[in-house]
Ligand binder design. Structure first.
Ligand code: NAD
Length: 353
């Protein structure tokens, strides 16, 4: 594996485009679990070269219904961004809560080298990041995960934790039993033991890892303090916007908290409920060995996940590498490229025929 993106000049004006259809072909050809493990490898590599990246909290446009965000970053050679929305009321209206697309581009001339759907890819990279963080933070030998919120992200999370952490049992709960039935059916042939639960309290019983992955644009309390026993790892996915959290504040006060990029997580994560200087550890520090992850069996570790631009960059980098051998893309005529760079008007004029 190399961290530099192949910037071969062929098809320079054509941009490989990965549609949803082609992304699904890629996922099914590689296998979702293997693909998430491989994406996790790319994410880990990029976290380990954290200092190289341009980092900024994502640019968010909030509305009553949700949020539209741009997530840019660059490692100096390659630039990437993702467009993503989060609209908790969408599901009831028949739309996805989260949809996304993204771009990788050369820094040296600004030309895009990949344009991709990222709704499926976001689910893959989110689950890959969660399981990767858990590899450093969850109690040793964890076998059971509670999965609260059984929507679009759920099965990806379950599979990534099976593949990367060795989880064997997933205890599902959703306020909508149909969502739990859907997840249980999708996971039926994965080798995971699936337990459908009637409440969050039932779901967390005996779980060493608790994943919260619900969608509600408000301060929700998916977990209360009494539900979290010593030694548990919490993977909190759904609190990722100002005013949108999932955990009771008291849980945060008992936990060692790990985050992606503090300036973004302080705005969007569970820790928006805490003082602005409450101590947190950055994930990249744990991965490079600059900081400790789990240090004691009784410790409660919390990954306050909001999703950061470098994770999307890593996922796009992975897809770009895959396209070198797996031709699941079409060339998109996205960039005007006149023979004489100054003759843009002439190109338009001649096209008239
Ligand atoms: P979704 O709408 O498909 O699913 C959410 C599920 O949560 C629904 O099935 C809903 O019934 C359930 N739910 C709502 N309130 C609940 C409660 N109190 N208890 C139990 N279940 C409840 O959404 P999704 O695409 O699966 O995303 C889930 C959350 O993850 C969203 O908030 C989204 O913004 C967030 N997300 C975070 C990241 C990240 O990187 N951290 C990435 C993608 C999505």
């Amino acid at each position: 594996m190399t961290t530099s993106v192949n910037l071969a000049p062929s098809r320079m004006a054509m941009v490989p485009f990965v549609s949803v259809d082609n992304m699904m072909k890629l996922v099914n050809e590689i296998g979702p679990a293997k693909m998430m493990a491989e994406i996790a490898g790319y994410i880990e590599e990029d976290f380990k070269r954290w200092q190289l990246f341009d980092k900024t909290p994502r640019v968010a446009a909030h509305s009553e219904e949700g949020v539209i965000e741009l997530m840019p970053t660059s490692d100096g050679e390659t630039y990437g961004f993702k467009y993503v929305n989060g609209h908790p009321a969408n599901m009831a209206r028949g739309f996805q809560t989260v949809t996304a697309f993204g771009v990788l581009a050369r820094v040296d001339n600004g030309y895009p080298i990949l344009f991709s759907e990222m709704t499926v890819l976001t689910a893959l990279r989110t689950a890959a990041t969660s399981a990767l963080a858990a590899k450093y933070l969850a109690p040793k030998g964890a076998t059971t995960m509670a999965m609260i919120g059984n929507g679009a992200q759920c099965e990806f999370q379950a599979l990534a934790f099976q593949e990367i952490l060795g989880i064997k049992t997933v205890r599902l709960y959703d306020i909508d039993p149909q969502a739990t039935d859907k997840a249980a059916e999708n996971l039926a042939e994965t080798g995971l033991e699936i337990v459908k639960c009637a409440s969050s309290e039932e779901a967390v019983a005996g779980a060493q890892v608790i994943t919260t992955c619900t969608a509600d644009k408000q301060y929700a309390t998916i977990l209360t303090d009494n539900m979290v026993g010593a030694g548990v790892h919490i993977n909190a996915i759904g609190g990722d916007c100002p005013g949108k959290t999932e955990l009771h504040r008291d849980i945060l006060l008992r936990s060692n908290i790990f985050v992606e990029f503090p300036p973004q997580t302080r705005i969007e994560g569970e820790i928006q409920q805490l003082d602005p200087d409450h101590p947190v550890t950055e994930l990249w520090e744990v991965m490079t060995g600059a900081a400790k992850g789990r240090v004691a069996p009784e410790q409660i570790t919390l990954f306050d996940s909001v999703g950061f631009a470098t994770e999307d960059f890593s996922a796009l980098r992975y897809v770009h590498d895959q396209l070198q051998t797996r031709k699941h893309f079409v060339d998109l005529d996205l960039l005007a490229d006149p023979d004489d760079p100054r003759d843009l008007f002439g190109m338009v004029r001649r096209a008239k025929g």
